[in-house]
Design a protein around this ligand. Structure first.
Ligand code: ADP
Ligand code: MG
Length: 239
């Protein structure tokens, strides 16, 4: 089967520092991949390259079989959810959800039906006329996910979407993201430094260290058969 997202020999340098080192990653259609590793190992950088927010130094990126290495973010068929909510503060939730679609020139009926569907799925219908300042952290993050959802993209990229939330909300939203994936069956690439999140969400986990993937396996294999001490230590495998 053709890969949904394919990263080939990707390197990225910030000045003289090589932050991604000839990295390869193949994500299958509909797969939930978690990029897991400590702060500074290059997770966000990799995600931002896939999103088109950073220019790569070397290598290629394919999405849906198309070479998008130099494509604009909007032409990549991806939706992105960040740690900070990045909502428009002056707009209602409804406007936050519809803004990108209006800019893209979509018909009003189509916009309305997409906003309706996304707000049902995420259970934010009662919040549509509120502004972000009047939402809780969890509600804001739902709206942020909704903004990716209305675009009806094949690939979702999440960068630590839950790390600003308290423990209870984090576990609630984790369950919802999992449900969302089971319902939409789209491809998800999800960055976290939280082992529990990785083990509960992922079809496969990529353990990263210093700009390289140390192991890419299903959670059971990562936990029970770590390839080295770094992976074992990071995932908390019994020694
Ligand atoms: P992670 O998301 O895993 O915490 P990042 O991808 O944000 O890691 O960062 C990887 C490395 O690249 C870090 O050492 C970070 O300091 C460095 N870095 C990130 N962004 C920049 C930038 N714009 N300029 C220079 N160095 C950067
Ligand atoms: Mg990061």
């Amino acid at each position: 089967m053709q890969s949904s997202v394919s990263v080939k020999d990707l390197s990225l340098n910030f000045g003289s520092v090589q932050v991604l080192k000839s990295l390869n990653l193949d994500v299958k259609q509909g797969e939930f991949i978690v990029l897991l590793g400590p702060s500074g190992c290059g997770k966000s950088t990799l995600l931002n390259c896939i999103a088109g927010l950073l220019d790569v130094s070397e290598g290629q990126i394919f999405i849906g079989g198309k070479n998008v290495t130099w494509a604009e973010p909007k032409d990549r068929g991806i939706g992105m959810v960040f740690q900070s909510y990045a909502l428009y503060p002056q707009m209602t939730v409804e406007k936050n959800l519809s803004f990108g679609l209006r800019v893209a020139g979509m018909k009003r009926d189509e916009i309305e039906s997409r906003v309706k569907r996304a707000s049902e799925i995420l259970q934010i219908e009662p919040l549509l006329q509120r502004k972000p300042a009047n939402l809780s952290g969890g509600q804001r993050q739902r709206v942020a996910i909704g903004r990716a959802l209305v675009r009806d993209v094949d690939v979702f990229l999440f960068d630590e979407p839950l790390s600003n939330l308290d423990a209870k909300l984090r576990s609630d939203l984790r369950v919802e993201i999992k449900r969302l994936h089971q319902r939409l069956k789209n491809t998800m690439i999800y960055v976290t430094h939280d082992q529990i999140e990785a083990l509960t969400l992922a079809d496969r986990i990529a353990i990263m260290k210093n700009g390289e993937i140390q192991q890419l396996s299903d959670p059971h294999t990562i936990y029970n058969k770590p390839v080295n001490l770094y992976v074992a230590g990071f995932i908390g495998s019994p020694s």
